[in-house]
Write a protein that binds this ligand. Structure first.
Ligand code: GDP
Length: 197
């Protein structure tokens, strides 16, 4: 049974004009390419086809909107930090992000997906800054936790938490063994429910 039985893909946007109407509340998912963002969305929403939609050729650089329930949405933002992207694409990404973060009254918060082995980096800092400029809450998922032994994973969690104290909350997560799933779902609900637009 899906925890979000009504969940479905809405649309992909390449410009602000293509964003869905700015009503209700939405939670943005951001992360470096390959950090595990699509897997995290699928695991949290419990919908396998979501990843495939965002991963369709041509859609990875777009803003993908999904409805969860009535006027609550999640928004899969294009991955960043991919070395082979041209300067033109990088500039397009930046202006799309600026448009997104400046336009959305319904933005309730952000989940920032970080590969636990890589740690919180420069590009993640840039995303966090977008959220901070708007005063929205960011929650960091240190994902692929199953790929690390418990001790080093806990150390990475403590280090990241100390680094981001007062700026973002942090948790360990794994799409493969579902570690941290209840906490992530709880945080998603909390952020979406407390936002009224
Ligand atoms: P995205 O580019 O950020 O959307 O990343 P994906 O969700 O497509 O994941 C990138 C790769 O990491 C894929 O090969 C996934 O199977 C793998 N992956 C994602 N999440 C996890 C996880 O929690 N644990 C492990 N072991 N692998 C993961």
């Amino acid at each position: 049974m899906s925890v979000f039985p009504e969940a479905r893909f809405l649309t992909s946007a390449n410009t602000a004009a293509q964003f869905v109407p700015d009503v209700g509340s939405e939670l943005a998912f951001a992360g470096r390419s390959n950090a595990g963002k699509s897997s995290a969305i699928n695991t949290i929403v419990h919908r396998n086809q979501f990843a495939r939609i965002s991963k369709t050729p041509g859609r990875t650089q777009l803003v993908n909107f999904f409805v969860l329930d009535k006027e609550q949405r999640i928004v899969d933002l294009p991955g960043y930090g991919y070395a082979k992207v041209s300067t033109k694409m990088q500039n397009h990404w930046k202006s799309l992000m600026e448009n997104y973060f400046s336009a959305r009254q319904s933005l309730a918060g952000m989940f920032l997906i970080v590969d636990v082995r890589r740690g919180f980096g420069e590009f993640d800092e840039q995303m966090l800054a977008f959220g901070e400029a708007l005063g929205i809450t960011t929650h960091v998922l240190l994902t692929k936790a199953d790929k690390m032994k418990r001790g080093p994973a806990a150390a990475q969690y403590q280090k990241t938490r100390a680094h981001l104290v007062g700026r973002a909350t942090v948790q360990l997560f794994s799409s493969h063994n579902r570690q941290g799933l209840d906490e992530a779902r709880g945080r998603l609900r909390e952020l979406l429910d407390r936002h009224t637009n």
